[in-house]
Design a protein around this ligand. Structure first.
Ligand SMILES: *[C@@H]1O[C@H](CO)[C@@H](O)[C@H](O)[C@H]1NC(C)=O
Ligand SMILES: *[C@@H]1O[C@H](CO)[C@@H](O)[C@H](O)[C@H]1NC(C)=O
Ligand SMILES: *[C@@H]1O[C@H](CO)[C@@H](O)[C@H](O)[C@H]1NC(C)=O
Ligand SMILES: *[C@@H]1O[C@H](CO)[C@@H](O)[C@H](O)[C@H]1NC(C)=O
Ligand SMILES: [Ca+2]
Length: 493
C-alpha cells in the first residue's frame, strides 16, 4: 500500500512538472538543474529496482507472494511451473534458502502478471535469468500467484535436491490392501478427480504440485492408458483432501510406489475446492531421444563472435560472451568454443506430438526467420562431478517439424510459411549439429571429466506416453583440443 501511494505521488509530481513546463517556459538555470536532478533520480531508482524482488502478504519480509520490478512497475509471477528451484533463486536475494508456494497462498494479486511458466535451475543470479514466457505474457488468473518462504536453514538446499527421496512412499505408510483408487465427477470413465479410499471414506488428493508425472501413474494404475492432462481443478467436484505432496517419478506401475508428504488431516495450499484430477487417453505421442547420435556427432568448434550475432540475440551463449561484448570494442574478433552435437527425437507413440503453445502465441524470431512454438523444447547441461552446472545451452524455443520419417511415412509438419508444427508418429524432429544454437558454449569450462545431459520436453509441458526416454545422461571428456561424449543412458529429465 505504501509503495502504491509513493507511485501515485510520483505520478502527481511528474504531472505537475509537465504542467509547469507548459505554463512557464522561461525557467531559471537553478530550477532547470533541480528538475534534471529529480528526473535523474527517478531514472536511477528505476534502474536500481529493475529485476528486484519483493515478497508480499506474509508475516514478514521473507515470505509472501513474489513481485518483481520490471519496466517501472511491480508485477506478479504466475505459479505454473513454479517450484523450489525458483524459490531458491528468489530467496538468494535475501541470502536465504527457500521453498515455493502456489495458488496465491498469500492472497490474490491485484497487479498484472509480469512472468509465467518460470523455470529455474536454482543457481541463476536472479529470477529474470530463468526461462519464462516473456515479460507480460501470461494466461493466469489473479489467484494463481507464485510465492516463496525464505529461511536461514542451510540444509534446505539439499532438501530441494532430494525432495523425492526425503518423502515417504505411500505403501510404507498405508496398508495398500485396504486402499483403492477411482476417478470421480465425470460422465466418462477416463477422466475425473482422483479419489482414494481408506478407513471407510473416499477423499481427494491435494492439487498442489500435481503434474503429468503423477497423472501418468494414475492412468497406468487404473489401466486407462496415458495421462493427457493433469488438472488442478474443482471442475469434477470436490471432496475432503486426505493426501498431500504426492510426487511420482512417472515410471511407477501404481500410485502406492509414489512418494507423499502427509495422509489424513492434511494441509493443502492453494484455492479451496481445487483437487488433483486427470484425463487419461490411449492415444498419445512419445518422444524417444536418440542418444547414439549425440555420442556420434559431439565435437568442439571455435567460432568467431561476429558469426554468432543471431545466437547472441537468442541467448545461446554463456554470460561471459555478453560481458565481452559490453567491455571489448573488438569483441567480434573474440572466439567462443562450442560443443556441437545433433539432437534427434523420434515419435514412437501412437499420436502426434503438438506444441504446447497455440499458434497465435508463437513468437516470430526474426534472426532465424521462423516461428517458435514451444518456449523450452530441449535443455543441454554440463555438470561437474559434484553435480553442479558449469554450462548450459538451453534453447529458448524450437520450431517443431518432421525432418525425417521411417519408410512409408509421409512428412506432414514443416516450419516454413507459418506451417503447422508438430512431430508425426514414426517421424523425427532433428536438430543437426551445424544449426545455430544447437550447442553448449564451453568457452569457460576447464578441461576435465563431466556429465553431459540432454533432455527434450524437459518440463513435461506436452503430454507423452512416458518420460523416461526423454533425457540422455552422458559422460563428457573435455580436453584443450577435443571433446568426446560416451556412455549415454536414457532416463527422465
Ligand atoms: C548477502 O551476503 C553477501 C556476502 O556474504 C553480502 O555481501 C550481501 O550484502 C548480503 N545480502 C543481504 C541482502 O544480506
Ligand atoms: C479411521 O476412522 C476412525 C473414525 O471414523 C478414526 O477414529 C481413526 O482415527 C481413523 N484412522 C485413521 C488411520 O485415519
Ligand atoms: C524409474 O526411474 C528411476 C530413475 O528415474 C529408476 O531408478 C527406477 O528404477 C525406475 N523404476 C521403474 C519401475 O522402472
Ligand atoms: C510406426 O512404426 C512401427 C514400427 O515400425 C509400426 O509398427 C507402426 O505401425 C508405425 N505407425 C505408423 C502410424 O506409421
Ligand atoms: Ca517420451
Amino acid at each position: 500500500m505504501k509503495t502504491k501511494l509513493n507511485e501515485i505521488a510520483v505520478i502527481l509530481i511528474c504531472g505537475i512538472f509537465i504542467i509547469k513546463e507548459v505554463l512557464t517556459k522561461d525557467l531559471s538555470e537553478e530550477e532547470r538543474a533541480l528538475r534534471a536532478a529529480f528526473v535523474q533520480k527517478l531514472l536511477n531508482k528505476q534502474k536500481y529496482l529493475e529485476g528486484k524482488i519483493r515478497l508480499v502478504g506474509g508475516s514478514n519480509d521473507f515470505e509472501g507472494n513474489v513481485y518483481i520490478y520490471h519496466a517501472g512497475r511491480w508485477g506478479a509471477v504466475c505459479d505454473d511451473s513454479w517450484d523450489n528451484a525458483a524459490a531458491q533463486v528468489v530467496c538468494k536475494a535475501f541470502n536465504k534458502t527457500g521453498v515455493a508456494t502456489h495458488g496465491g497462498k498469500y492472497g490474490k494479486t491485484t497487479r498484472k502478471f509480469w512472468m509465467d511458466d518460470v523455470v529455474c535451475q536454482g543457481d541463476e543470479k536472479s529470477l529474470s535469468h530463468c526461462v519464462f514466457t516473456g515479460w507480460g505474457f501470461s494466461d493466469c488468473e489473479p489467484s494463481e500467484v507464485a510465492g516463496a518462504i525464505c529461511s536461514d536453514s542451510n540444509n534446505e538446499k539439499l532438501d530441494v535436491l532430494s525432495n523425492l527421496e526425503k518423502k515417504k512412499r505411500i505403501h510404507e505408510v498405508l496398508d495398500v490392501k485396504s486402499v483403492s483408487l477411482r476417478l470421480e465427477g465425470s460422465k466418462t470413465p477416463n477422466e475425473g478427480r482422483v479419489e482414494i479410499y481408506h478407513n471407510g471414506t473416499w477423499g481427494s488428493i491435494c492439487a498442489d504440485g500435481w503434474t503429468l508425472y503423477e497423472a501418468s501413474v494414475i492412468c497406468r494404475h487404473l489401466a486407462l492408458g496415458f495421462a493427457q492432462q493433469a488438472l488442478q481443478t474443482d471442475y469434477f467436484g470436490t471432496s475432503k483432501v486426505v493426501m498431500s505432496g504426492v510426487e511420482c517419478s512417472a515410471n511407477e506401475s501404481n500410485l502406492f510406489l509414489c512418494a507423499h508428504e502427509d495422509f489424513g488431516d492434511v494441509t493443502c495450499p492453494g484455492e479451496k475446492g481445487r483437487v488433483a484430477a486427470v484425463v487419461c487417453t490411449r492415444r498419445l505421442a512419445d518422444l524417444l531421444l536418440d542418444s547414439t547420435v549425440i555420442e556420434r556427432t559431439s565435437h568442439l568448434q571455435d567460432v568467431p563472435m561476429f558469426q554468432l550475432q543471431c545466437a547472441m540475440e537468442e541467448n545461446c551463449l554463456s554470460k561471459t560472451a555478453y560481458e565481452i561484448k559490453e567491455k571489448n570494442p573488438d569483441w567480434q574478433y573474440e572466439t567462443r568454443r562450442l560443443l556441437r552435437f545433433t539432437a534427434s527425437s523420434l515419435n514412437v507413440g501412437n499420436d502426434e506430438f503438438r506444441p504446447y503453445l497455440p499458434k497465435h502465441l508463437w513468437q516470430w524470431h526474426l534472426c532465424h526467420m521462423h516461428y517458435h512454438s514451444m518456449e523450452v523444447f530441449a535443455t543441454f547441461d554440463i555438470l561437474n562431478m559434484a553435480g553442479q552446472r558449469v554450462a548450459e545451452g538451453h534453447k529458448a524455443s524450437f520450431c517443431l517439424e518432421d525432418n525425417t520419417c521411417l519408410p512409408g511415412v509421409e512428412r506432414k509438419y514443416s516450419c516454413k510459411n507459418y506451417g503447422d508444427q508438430g512431430v508425426s508418429v514414426n517421424c523425427s524432429d532433428v536438430y543437426q549439429y551445424n544449426i545455430d544454437c544447437q550447442w553448449v558454449d564451453v568457452t569457460d569450462v576447464e578441461p576435465g571429466d563431466y556429465t553431459f545431459k540432454v533432455a527434450v520436453n524437459p518440463h513435461a509441458r506436452v503430454a507423452e506416453q512416458q518420460f523416461h526416454n526423454n533425457a540422455a545422461t552422458c559422460q563428457l571428456r573435455l580436453t584443450d583440443t577435443y571433446a568426446t561424449v560416451y556412455g549415454c543412458v536414457l532416463g527422465r529429465p
